[in-house]
Design a protein around this ligand. Structure first.
Ligand SMILES: COc1ccc(NC(=O)[C@H](C)Nc2nc3c(cnn3-c3ccccc3C)c(=O)[nH]2)cc1
Length: 295
């Protein structure tokens, strides 16, 4: 948790928002305690997403373009965005009629839960890093964190990306709607950006993700529940699913963000294009191997 603490200090949140170090420590410890030991959506994923958000804030020089309170919302949303994830996605929650699906009426059950757990932690005085802020500031932070965490539901991906595309030509950093959308895009980019990291870091994350997805589809088969095609171990190959994800989900999102911050071209788009080549080569090698075996 110390590294996460450094990010709050470096961004000058401790002084600006009068956050007591021991409260920040207790907050981060509670966050750590509320992530589960599952292959992908664990505390290490929380750390990667927060570190990517931190890097994007510096790379895009957001400190000079946005208010500190918005940066505090973004970093805290990244820290909390997958709290108490059980390794089973929204489709499973809804199809299996779990407690979460019932509680949230099938509306982004996981993301609503992550956000509710975050504020249970923040309502506890010992871990409430916002306890020295005014009620107006707290209200604004709560609204921002809810918006950001709920935006990480991938079923809303196209909705958010299209809205962002439509405001890009006349993007205005003083316009609240524009800033809210940018914050949602930035947490989305941070959340799914493993492929922007070096291959030796990125590839193991895909193995962990597929492990979690295959575990879910095994349970769905056992329970006679619908199985998502991109989770079925009998249908998914690593390269083909990742090539589709990079081409149709990751690159379009990153390219839109790079339209606003050109410096991101070399920092997150180039590595992803390399990853696309890597998985395309892997798929060719797999196909050749299959041909040899079938002769
Ligand atoms: C539009 O909703 C979607 C779109 C794509 C996917 N996932 C995939 O296509 C596959 C499994 N690949 C994939 N999915 C990824 C990655 C990072 N996060 N992530 C992910 C994890 C959990 C839920 C959704 C996503 C995108 C990644 O590097 N690859 C899952 C949901």
């Amino acid at each position: 948790m110390v590294l996460l603490q450094v990010m709050y200090t470096d961004l000058d949140f401790i002084a600006t928002f009068n956050i007591e170090p021991e409260v920040l420590q207790q907050f981060l410890f509670e966050v750590y305690r509320h992530y589960n030991n599952i292959p992908f959506h664990n505390f290490k994923h929380c750390f990667c997403v927060t570190q990517m958000m931190y890097g994007l804030i510096w790379l895009t020089d957001l400190k000079s373009k946005m208010e500190n309170i918005d940066l505090l919302i973004m970093l805290t949303s990244a820290v909390c965005h997958d709290l108490d994830h059980t390794g089973y996605n929204n489709a499973y929650q809804i199809n299996a009629r779990t407690e979460l699906a019932l509680r949230y009426n099938d509306i982004s059950p996981l993301e609503n839960h992550h956000c509710a757990v975050a504020f249970e932690i923040l309502e506890t005085r010992e871990s409430n890093i916002f306890r020295n802020l005014s009620s107006d500031q707290y209200k604004r932070i709560r609204e921002g964190i809810i918006k950001c965490i709920l935006a990480t539901d991938m079923t809303r991906h196209n909705e958010i990306l299209n809205k962002f595309k439509s405001i890009l030509p006349g993007f205005d950093f003083t316009n609240k709607e524009h800033k809210d959308l940018l914050m949602m895009v930035l947490i989305k980019v941070s959340d799914i950006s493993n492929e922007a990291r070096p291959m030796e870091v990125a590839e193991p994350w895909l193995d962990c993700l597929l492990q979690e997805f295959f575990n879910q589809s095994d349970v769905e088969k056992l329970k006679g529940l619908p199985v998502s095609p991109f989770m079925d171990r009998d249908k998914v190959t690593k390269p083909s699913s990742q090539i589709g994800f990079i081409r149709f989900v990751l690159l379009p999102l990153f390219i839109e963000l790079a339209n606003l911050f050109p410096c991101l071209e070399q920092h997150i788009i180039d590595p992803v294009r390399k990853a696309l080549n890597y998985y395309t080569e892997m798929e060719k090698a797999l196909d050749k191997e299959k041909q040899n075996r079938s002769h």
